[in-house]
Structure formats: structure tokens, C-alpha cells
Design a protein around this ligand. Structure first.
Ligand code: PMP
Length: 285
């Protein structure tokens, strides 16, 4: 089957799916996006992703030329047209083509792009044995500069931290906020467990409010766990019993070391594995 990409108002071939070199998405990273999973032919938590996309757009004063319900339907249509059963959707809205200056009043035609594809996951071995992390020296964006709550096309902050992880031989890197507190990883939120209490940085810590994060908080509470959203430091990770990351692509993945220091037993923890089972069950509903 040849791949079909949704562009603005219809499905086109991959070759036809092009944007202008004057698009401010390209020139300035001026736009917003979402990364969404498909399980068993169903787009997972699509409404939540559409809601976050429109919130991100509102925050950067980008008017999306489709209604949220039309966007919802367009994603579903694109997944079906590509016969994706288990895969990944990338939803992108750019500011559109403008002049070479920054003025958004000179841009027009925001581009709506929906790509439905297969997904490359972390290697199975990482789920079995857990992931190693390093702390990046690149701080998460100051919320007063470019708020990490906006899922914008400008991901350089995260890319620079990701490079540090890659250089150190890790698949993810921990990012601290401007206060020195734990924020999140480059594409995943972070949780710790200490004495049975699950903790994760609050939305004011300079994080993207992950949809997987919110789902895991809910599932953990339903399972009877206490979950606290509170400031965390690296110290809290070093002394944690368990640590794990959440993200649409990663789902739930255990973290077993930070900066070469073992966390807990150095193996994926019991509560982490139980939450992972519960989460996977939820994806199949
Ligand atoms: N933080 C960042 C910086 C991200 O880019 C992502 C998404 N890849 C996440 C956290 C996880 O968010 P979600 O669970 O909504 O995928």
C-alpha cells in the first residue's frame, strides 16, 4: 500500500506532501505537534492529544484552520487509509508561509499535516533490564521563555540534551529546570517510587504535561497507590526504590541508574512492572 499523508483538507501521496521553504514551521520552528499511538487499529487517547494540540496552538497564538472535531476525524481517516493497526501518528500544524521576518501577520495558510506510520520502539532489552540515564547539563527551557507545556516544533532544547545522552551512551537524558529541580527527560516524563509512594514533578516544574503521565497517575491511583505531584531533585532519584519514564512511544520504561549510580536494586521495580502491565491492558481496551 502506498503511504497517504493528510495535508490541510485531503489525503495526498507522500510525494505530494510538501511545504513551502517560506513556512515559518521550517524557518523558525513556529508550529505545534503531537505524537500519538495506534493500538489495535484504534487511535489511543485521541481526544486528549487533540485537546493538547489546540492548547499548544492557543499558547502560541496559532489559529488551526480545522475544528477540533474535524481534526479528530482527519486523524482517524488517515490511520484507516494507511491500514495502520499498531503504529504512530504525527500530527503537525505549522504557522504557514510568510516573509523572511518574524511577523505572524505576514504568514498565511497554516499547514495541517498528519502522518500515520509504524513505530520504532526502545529495544526489548531495555524493557527487560531497565534504562540508564545521565543528567544533561542543558537545562529545560525557562517556563517564562518558551513554556515546556507547549508542544511546539521548536525542540532544540530537548535535542541538545538528547545529544548529551547519546554522547554518554544512554537512550534518554534527565533534564533539570532553572531551579535545579528534576523536570523530565527529552521525550518522556519521569516518576520515582519511595516507600511505596509514587512521585512525579508537577506541571509547574517546567515539563510537558504528558498524556501517558496523566494516564499513569490515574491508573496508579485506581490501583490504590498514593501519587504525589511535587518538586524532586536528583537526590530523590538517587535514593528512590524505583524510577520509571512515561511517554506515548516509551509507554512505561524502568530506569535503573542515573549518572552511573544504581537506583534501587538496579533492576526494574515491582510497582513499575505492575503499572506497566496495567497500562498495557488499558491500551488494549
Ligand atoms: N516530555 C516531552 C518533552 C515530550 O516530548 C513527550 C512526548 N514525546 C513527553 C514528555 C511524554 O508525553 P506523552 O505521554 O503525551 O507522549
Amino acid at each position: 500500500m502506498t503511504q497517504k499523508i493528510f495535508m490541510n483538507d485531503r489525503l495526498v501521496s507522500r510525494e505530494e506532501a510538501t511545504v513551502s521553504v517560506y513556512d515559518h514551521g521550517l524557518l523558525y520552528g513556529d508550529g505545534v505537534f503531537e505524537g500519538i499511538r495506534v493500538y489495535g487499529g484504534k487511535v489511543f487517547l485521541l481526544q486528549e492529544h487533540v485537546d493538547r494540540l489546540y492548547e499548544s496552538a492557543l499558547a502560541i497564538r496559532l489559529e488551526i484552520p480545522l475544528s477540533p472535531s474535524a481534526m479528530f476525524n482527519a486523524v482517524t481517516e488517515t490511520v484507516q487509509a494507511n491500514g495502520i493497526v499498531d503504529g504512530y501518528v504525527r500530527l503537525v500544524v505549522t504557522r504557514g508561509a510568510g516573509s523572511l521576518g518574524l511577523d505572524i501577520r505576514r504568514t498565511s495558510n497554516p499547514q495541517v499535516i498528519i502522518i500515520a506510520d509504524t513505530i520504532t520502539l526502545y529495544p526489548e532489552e531495555i524493557y527487560q533490564n531497565g534504562m540508564e540515564l545521565i543528567t544533561a547539563s542543558t537545562l529545560r527551557n525557562h517556563p517564562g521563555a518558551l513554556s515546556p507545556r507547549i508542544k511546539s516544533l521548536n525542540y532544540l532544547n530537548n535535542i541538545l540534551a538528547k545529544i548529551e545522552g547519546t554522547d554518554a551512551g544512554t537512550l534518554e537524558a534527565l533534564m533539570l529546570n532553572h531551579k535545579g529541580e528534576v523536570a523530565e527527560c527529552t521525550g518522556d516524563n519521569i516518576f520515582i517510587i519511595r516507600h511505596g509512594i509514587i512521585k512525579t514533578p508537577g506541571t509547574d516544574a517546567g515539563i510537558l504535561e504528558g498524556i501517558t503521565r496523566n494516564t499513569v497517575i490515574r491508573l496508579a491511583r485506581e490501583a490504590g497507590h498514593e501519587v504525589r505531584e511535587c518538586p524532586l531533585t536528583r537526590h530523590d532519584i538517587f535514593v528512590a526504590d524505583e524510577c520509571f519514564l512515561t511517554g506515548s512511544a516509551a509507554e512505561i520504561v524502568a530506569v535503573v541508574s542515573l549518572d552511573g549510580r544504581r537506583i534501587g536494586t538496579g533492576k526494574p521495580g515491582e510497582i513499575t512492572l505492575d503499572l506497566r502491565r496495567r497500562f498495557q491492558e488499558f491500551t488494549q481496551q
